[in-house]
Ligand binder design. Structure first.
Ligand code: UD1
Length: 365
């Protein structure tokens, strides 16, 4: 019998947990694969990290690196130093990384230098905007990875255009939608009624956390000006990311938020309850563009570009930028749109099974 192989999965920040959960579940059925979970601790609040591990029924991490916040270089370096020790001790046969956060790139750099193969789940996405830290993380991780597991055909095309050999690219679909489909039956609006008293399809959900939007006072002020227009039409629910909370305080924007229902960051299922019953979603998140498309809820992306163009061509997304007038025009158009939604191919709740079969073929055959 083939000896057991070891896979180390790496998570660190909020958007990682919902991607790794279905992958670990799908791999668990294979007795010849031993799985370890490493949490870098890039996010550390209960609301940003701990709650997700429990709610998504992830195993207790085998190792917590506790790196916390810091500049990009500090955070990346701390992950690298701690993760190298784990790789040297465990000598994994494969490191699995997801998404595009600093932990993703840091773990990939460590594995590549130790000649440990890397699987990147959510490979190939490109905003073509290198001012975005995640774009650097995506490019570096994809250059180093051996298995590029992509969510959509546009990602395959990006990788090919960069010269990635075909045999490394595996179109598996969107693992985040696996998690969404699994939890949707639990996501009733009553779950959040104590914090946000809203009526089904009669409110907007707003999330903002990109440094380019919230760290710049003028950009942030312009966005909030548009939000006042939205709030005049319907209640706006705004779960506030810690970075954004700090900036709101620093810039003294309280008055600009009159009529907006602010909440702390929500857990995964509570947030899904909120988004799945909304009339419209306004966001600068990457994942939420995909979730809106899967849910069929109109989404306005408050950015100049997206690494997820399929949510525009096939889904419910409009990339409206950050100028108040453009956001307002996009909001008015979204309310009157009645286009049918096509869910992108392979966003079917079974992407993690396909990830597991690629991993099995790579490690066991
Ligand atoms: C990180 C990711 C981003 C992802 C986002 C999701 C990178 C480069 N950025 O950005 O891609 O979309 O997570 O949330 O990897 N803070 C807390 N508690 C926490 C975590 C952060 O209070 O648990 C505060 C700290 O003040 C910190 C700030 O939020 O300085 C920003 O956190 P950081 O992890 O640097 O980046 P995010 O903006 O969360």
């Amino acid at each position: 019998m083939t000896p057991q192989k070891t896979i180390v999965h790496v998570v660190g920040a909020r958007p990682n947990f919902m991607k790794i959960a279905p992958v670990m579940d799908a791999v668990r059925t294979e007795p010849r694969l031993r799985q370890l979970l490493v949490n870098t601790g890039q996010h550390y609040d209960q609301a940003m990290a701990g709650g997700f591990l429990t709610e998504l029924q992830l195993p207790t991490p085998d190792r917590d690196l506790g790196v916390g916040s810091g500049t990009h270089a500090v955070q990346t370096a701390k992950v690298m130093m701690a993760f190298e020790e784990i790789c040297l001790a465990e000598r994994p046969d494969l490191v699995v990384v997801v998404g595009d956060v600093n932990s993703t790139m840091a773990a990939s750099l460590v594995a590549a230098k130790l000649t440990i193969p890397i699987a990147h789940v959510e490979a190939g996405l490109r905003s073509f905007d290198r001012a975005m830290p995640e774009e650097i993380n995506r490019i570096v991780t994809d250059r180093l990875a051996d298995l590029l597991l992509t969510p959509s055909a546009d990602a395959d095309a990006n990788l090919r255009a960069e010269g990635t050999p075909d045999e490394k690219i595996h179109l598996v679909g969107n693992v985040m939608i696996d998690t969404l489909k699994r939890h949707l039956p639990l996501a009733r609006l009553e779950r959040v009624a104590d914090r946000v008293p809203v009526r089904e399809r009669a409110y907007a959900v707003l999330t903002l956390h990109r440094p380019s939007n919230v760290d710049d006072a003028d950009t942030f002020r312009g966005i909030l000006q548009a939000i006042r227009h939205v709030a005049a039409a319907m209640p706006v629910v705004f779960p506030v990311h810690p970075r954004t909370r700090n900036r709101l305080r620093e810039f003294g924007f309280d008055d600009d938020l009159r009529g907006v229902l602010l909440t702390d960051p929500l857990g995964y299922i509570d947030f899904l309850a909120l988004t799945s019953h909304a009339r419209v979603i306004l966001t600068d998140s990457g994942g939420l563009q995909e979730e809106s498309t899967a849910l069929g809820i109109p989404c306005l992306t408050l950015r100049e570009n997206t690494e997820r163009p399929i949510t525009v061509t096939e889904g419910t997304n409009r990339v409206v930028g950050t100028r108040a007038a453009d956001i307002v025009a996009g909001f008015d158009a979204a309310l009157h749109a009645n286009g049918a939604v096509r869910i992108p191919a392979l966003w079917d709740g079974r992407a993690a099974e396909r990830v597991a079969s690629v991993i099995r073929a790579f490690l066991l055959s």
